[in-house]
Ligand binder design. Structure first.
Ligand SMILES: [Zn+2]
Length: 307
């Protein structure tokens, strides 16, 4: 936190006031809290929702994204303080993947003791694997990429599958890839009382066939999740604080780039296989970590933080 509004001093989700110098993450979107949608309890889909990193440059909100030295937070943004013990690499995804997965698991119901299928082993999928395994589920992760399947095993998956392999029966299925065929896999995998949560399908795709009788007779619930509530961000940060050392979250970030190297960062993101590349506005680029190299602690990398 570099500066605070004197008019309306902002508070963290825990109710305590923000202070200059605090190390924080904030929700991907700001909600008005007053519109009919917010009043229905769907503040993540507020009629006046403004999303960080998703908005065109506007005169009343120029600093709204991550490719800048500073970001101006809007009223209605959930802010969570991050303990110094959690490295940057482990927490950078908190307000995207981790909070989204917390929302997905909240929609899925208690995973303890369930057979839980995850389709897609990207950032969301491996995070879901870790959070569900930690909550007591037996997790199976399905992904076409062998490197990602191996990654999922390191994030708590008991079993991994290629898409052409049989899934077996699941109590809960989480679709986090966006692939229409994976949606079909999830619908077919759950049995009696099954719950399917779809969160990967965020762009237009072909329709997916559905057998209504199978859903009805088996009391199957299908739910969509998009964006998340403030409590999901708090749950995500709490999970990373407790378990950033249990699962190799820091390894999901392939490299770090300064603002002068955005083209290289985007090229590295497109080249894969690391699920994310990071931009540190005040840093010069660091090469991708070699396999087995330990994570670099946040803000204390060789040469120190640049002004
Ligand atoms: Zn609203």
């Amino acid at each position: 936190v570099a500066a605070l509004s004197a008019v309306e001093p902002p508070r963290c989700l825990d109710g305590l006031p923000l202070r200059v110098g605090d190390r924080v993450v904030w929700s991907v979107a700001a909600s008005c809290g007053r519109c009919a949608t917010c009043r229905r309890g769907l503040e993540q889909k507020c009629q006046y929702l403004r999303k960080y990193g998703h908005e065109a440059l506007a005169d009343d909100w120029r600093l709204s994204g991550g490719f800048a030295t500073h970001c101006v937070l809007q009223p209605g943004t959930a802010v969570v303080r991050v303990p110094e013990s959690v490295p940057d690499e482990a927490v950078v995804s908190a307000s995207c993947a981790t909070a989204t997965v917390a929302a997905v698991l909240s929609a899925a119901g208690d995973p303890a003791g369930t057979e839980l299928l995850v389709t897609g082993a990207g950032m969301l999928g491996v995070t879901a694997s870790a959070m569900a395994a930690q909550a007591g589920a037996a997790v199976t992760v399905c992904d076409p990429d062998p490197w990602r399947r191996e990654l999922a095993r390191r994030f708590g998956a008991a079993r991994t599958l290629a898409p052409d392999e049989p899934t077996g029966r699941a109590d809960i299925a989480l679709e986090l890839s966006g692939s229409p065929s994976a949606v079909g896999t999830c619908l077919a995998a759950v049995g009696l009382g099954g719950r399917v949560v779809l969160a990967g399908s965020v762009s237009a795709s072909d329709p997916v066939p559905m057998d209504p009788q199978r859903l009805v007779r088996n009391l199957i619930t299908v739910t969509g999740v998009h964006n998340y509530r403030p409590r999901d961000l708090a749950a995500g940060v709490a999970f990373l604080t407790r378990h950033h050392g249990t699962y190799p979250f820091a390894e999901l970030v392939g490299g770090w780039f300064g603002l002068g190297q955005l083209d290289a960062a985007l090229a590295a993101a497109a080249a894969g296989p690391a699920p994310r590349q990071a931009v540190r506005p005040a840093a010069e680029a660091l090469p991708p970590r070699a396999a087995g190299e330990p994570p670099r602690p946040g803000g204390r990398r060789p040469g120190g933080r640049r002004p």
